[in-house]
Design a binder for this molecule. Structure first.
Ligand SMILES: [Zn+2]
Length: 278
């Protein structure tokens, strides 16, 4: 588990030049994922498995009902109820890559207590930023990622705010965020879904594992990126948020669905999810 986690952090936080990163992503895309194309007039990306029709909308809704029966109802935030600044959401998500929610929340709180404004983080010594976020690991790289984003915003817009993302299309938000080193597609998907309230379905390690268990992708060898593209095309927009949040929680506390069947939280007594025979 540790090495997988390390690799994931490296993949997103690794300090490669934006150009190199774009090149490597295109390479990955050609190798394992068919070229991404847009469906006509929609913001939905094409699935790499267009002939694979699972999950059907009915199956996705059923899974949500099953998860709600055990974990309760999750309310979807709306644009009006969610007033978190986009930059806060991005920084929180960068800190949360491959660490627990509790640890990343602590790091974010410490960072904002020491530096209440982004103007202060912009000019702070990297070492001082690192000290506040070291509890979530890879502090040196994460501090650099955060400060580079601030320097870029200053240079390009002369304002340390990313509220302008509200006005961009989903695809443009992804492009805008992924050009920063240390910000990958999953981080961008989380900002889109949690902060901008867009119908996105981020695929983290729990969602990926459970989707394979439920046969929502055609092969156990489906990569996380393929799973992300396929499920974004298959899961109905109205329940993307709730299903994502539930699957992540479920993956932490269900013996059948946890990694190596070892839940990291107090286990729930049984798994409510129906695994269809195929
Ligand atoms: Zn389960």
């Amino acid at each position: 588990m540790k090495s997988e986690v390390k690799n994931e952090v490296k993949r997103e936080v690794q300090s490669t030049s934006p150009l190199k990163r774009v090149k490597s992503e295109v390479k990955t895309e050609n190798k394992t994922v068919p070229r991404v194309s847009r469906n006509k007039n929609t913001r939905t990306l094409s699935s790499p498995f267009p002939k694979y029709k699972l999950p059907t909308p009915a199956m996705a809704y059923r899974a949500l009902r099953e998860l709600e029966s055990v974990h309760g109802i999750k309310k979807k935030p709306t644009n009006t109820s969610n007033s978190v600044p986009v930059l806060d959401s991005l920084v929180r998500t960068i800190l949360s890559q491959n660490t627990t929610d509790i640890t990343s929340a602590r790091a974010f709180k410490q960072l904002k207590t020491r530096f209440p404004s982004y103007e202060e983080i912009e000019v702070a010594k990297l070492k001082d930023i690192e000290n506040e976020i070291k509890c979530c690991g890879l502090a040196e790289k994460r501090a650099q990622v955060i400060q580079t984003i601030l320097h870029t915003l200053r240079r390009e817009r002369d304002e340390l705010s990313m509220e302008y993302l509200h006005k961009l299309s989903d695809e443009d938000v992804k492009k805008e965020l992924c050009r920063f080193k240390g910000v990958g597609p999953k981080t961008a998907a989380c900002v889109l879904m949690f902060c901008l309230c867009r119908p996105e379905f981020p695929v983290d390690t729990h969602v990926w594992r459970i989707s394979k268990r439920l046969k929502w992708v055609p092969s156990q060898a489906a990569t996380r990126e393929q799973t992300y593209l396929h499920l974004n095309a298959r899961i109905p927009d109205e329940i993307k948020y709730q299903l994502h949040v539930h699957l992540v929680e479920h993956g932490k506390c269900c013996k059948k669905c946890a990694k190596n069947n070892k839940p990291r939280r107090e286990p729930i007594p049984f798994c409510p999810l129906t695994v269809d025979k195929k």
